[in-house]
Design a protein around this ligand. Structure first.
Ligand code: DLL
Length: 432
C-alpha cells in the first residue's frame, strides 16, 4: 500500500532530511537556551553553547533530560513560550508523584495531529473511513491524538473514549467503523466480546492502530484473525508529544519515526554512549519543531533497535523496532504507568515493612495487580483492627496514589521468600 499523508516528508531523500534536521536542531537549541533557564544551566554545566551545535553530529555534546528533571522543573520550568501562548496540557497516564505535564501551543497540536494522521494513512486510512477512537480522552494523549489525526484526514471520527463496551460495539456495528484505535489489551477484550455476542458479521473493521503498552507478535496474529483486520503498532509518550512519535506501515516490521519533528538516538542506558543503528539500547528523542515543551535529548527508558534499511512502503523515515522492555522498573498496568517505588512509599507510610511482591496478571484481557505485603510483627499480634480492615484501608490508599485498584493481601511476617540477590518484587504473569 503506497499511501502517504505528507509524501514530501515521508519519502524525503535522506540527505534532505539530514539538512532539515540540522537546520531545525540548531535553531531549536538556540531557542531553548534562550527561553528555558533549566536547560541553559545544564548546558552551561556541560560547557556547551548553542554555537557548538550546528549539525546532528553535534547532538551528543548536549546534556540529557530525564523524568527527574521534569519533576524538578514541574510545572512550568520547561516551558519555552510565554504561558499565554500555550493552549493545552496533557499528562502522563502515570501517577500523582510522577505526573508529567506537557504543554502545547496551537502549532504543536497541529504538528502532533499531522503525525497521527500519517499513522492512520499508513494503516490504510482515508477520508472515507470511520475511525473509532477507543483510547482514553482527557489528560491521556491517546484519545486526543488519534482524534485530531482522524479529523485532519477528514475521516468520520467516533470519539468513544475507552470502556462502555456495549456502547462501543453498538456504534462499531451501526456506524460501520473501519479503523479501531485503542490499546491492544482492550482490542482483545472487544474481540472476545464480539465473538461471544455473535456480532462478528456486523463488524466492518479493516485495521487497528494499537499502542500505549507492550504487545507481541502472537497478540497481533490473534487480533488480526479474530477481528479480520491488519493490526498496526503506534508509539509515543506524553513528554515528546503523545501517540504518533512513530507508527507502523504496511510492512509491519517496526515503526517509522517522524524524523522531521523528532531526532532519535539509541544509547547504552548505563553509560549514555550513543550506539550504532542495529544495536539495542534506550531510545532518546530531541524535539526539533515543538514550541511549548521542546525536550532535548530526553531519555525515554524504552529499549529498542533503530533500522535504516529500505522499507517496501517507500517511506525513508528511520524505523524503531517493537519495544523490547524498559531500562527502569516502570510497569504499565491497565494502561497506567506504575512505578513499584510509589507502591513502596504507600506501604511504608502505612507502617508496613518493605517486604512486598507485586503480582501482575491478565484475566479476560484486563490486567490485574495484587500487592502482597508482610505485616510487621506488632501489626500481626494486634488483632483488634483485623486484617480485612487493614487491607481495605490500604486498597483505598493505593487507589488514590495509583489511580487503579489493586488487590491487597497482607501476609504473616517473614512469609515472603527472601532472595539472595536482588529482591524479587515483581511477578509479571501476563502472557502477551
Ligand atoms: O502511552 C502515548 C500513546 C497513546 C502511545 C496511544 C500510543 C498510543 P504515556 O502515557 O506517556 O503515553 O506512556 C508512554 O508507554 O514510554 C512506553 O513505555 C509505553 N508505550 C507507548 N506506546 C507503546 C507501544 C502514551 N506501541 C509509555 N508499545 C512509553 C509498547 C508503548 N509500549
Amino acid at each position: 500500500m503506497r499511501n502517504y499523508y505528507q509524501p514530501e516528508i515521508e519519502q524525503m531523500p535522506r540527505e534532505d532530511m539530514i539538512k532539515l534536521q540540522n537546520q531545525r536542531l540548531s535553531s531549536q537549541v538556540r531557542r531553548v537556551y534562550k527561553n528555558v533557564p533549566y536547560y541553559r544551566n545544564l548546558m552551561d554545566q556541560k560547557g556547551v553553547t548553542p554555537n557548538d551545535i550546528e549539525t546532528i553530529a553535534d547532538l551528543s555534546k548536549l546534556p540529557f533530560l530525564t523524568k527527574d528533571d521534569l519533576r524538578e522543573a514541574y510545572p512550568y520550568g520547561m516551558l519555552a513560550v510565554p504561558l499565554e501562548d500555550a493552549v493545552r496540557i496533557q499528562s502522563t497516564s502515570g501517577t500523582t508523584g510522577r505526573r508529567v505535564v506537557a504543554f502545547y501551543t496551537q502549532h504543536d497540536i497541529d504538528l502532533w495531529e499531522d503525525c497521527c494522521a500519517r499513522a492512520i494513512v499508513a494503516a490504510g486510512g482515508t477520508k472515507q473511513d470511520v475511525v473509532q477512537v477507543a483510547y482514553g480522552y482527557g489528560l491521556f494523549t491517546g484519545g486526543p491524538g488519534l482524534n485530531g489525526g482522524s479529523h485532519k484526514l477528514g475521516s468520520l471520527t467516533l470519539p468513544m473514549s475507552s470502556g462502555f463496551t456495549d456502547r462501543q460495539l453498538q456504534f462499531m456495528s451501526d456506524l460501520e467503523a473501519t479503523i479501531l484505535c485503542c490499546t491492544p489489551s482492550y482490542a482483545e477484550f472487544l474481540a472476545e466480546t464480539i465473538e461471544e455476542s455473535g456480532l462478528r458479521d456486523k463488524i466492518k473493521l479493516k485495521a487497528g492502530i494499537f499502542g500505549a503498552e507492550a504487545w507481541s507478535g502472537e497478540m497481533r496474529a490473534r487480533l488480526e484473525k479474530k477481528l479480520g483486520i491488519k493490526a498496526y503498532d503506534i508509539y509515543g509518550l506524553t513528554e515528546i508529544t503523545g501517540p504518533g512519535v512513530s507508527f507502523e506501515c504496511s510492512e509491519q516490521t517496526g515503526m517509522h519515526i517522524n524524523e522531521d519533528h523528532f531526532i532519535a538516538e539509541v544509547i547504552d542506558p548505563n553509560t549514555g554512549e550513543v550506539l550504532k543503528d542495529g544495536e539495542k539500547g534506550e531510545i532518546v528523542f530531541t524535539c526539533i519543531t515543538k514550541q511549548a515543551f521542546p525536550l532535548i535529548r530526553y531519555r525515554t527508558r524504552d529499549i529498542c533497535v533503530l533500522s535504516r534499511s529500505e522499507c517496501s512502503c517507500g517511506r525513508t523515515l528511520v524505523k524503531m523496532s517493537r519495544l523490547m522492555g524498559r531500562s527502569d522498573d516502570m510497569l504499565i498496568i491497565r494502561g497506567v504507568n506504575v512505578f513499584p517505588s510509589q507502591i513502596e512509599t504507600v506501604l511504608i507510610e502505612y507502617g508496613l515493612s518493605a517486604n512486598y511482591q507485586l503480582v501482575i496478571d491478565r484475566v479476560k484481557h484486563a490486567d490485574t495487580l495484587e500487592v502482597r505485603v508482610e505485616l510487621t510483627p506488632e501489626m500481626f499480634s494486634d488483632m483488634v483492627k483485623g486484617v480485612e480492615g487493614r487491607e481495605r484501608e490500604l486498597r483505598e490508599k493505593l487507589k488514590n496514589m495509583l489511580g487503579i485498584s489493586a488487590k491487597v493481601t497482607l501476609v504473616a511476617p517473614k512469609s515472603i521468600a527472601r532472595s539472595e540477590g536482588k529482591a524479587v518484587r515483581i511477578i509479571d504473569n501476563r502472557k502477551i
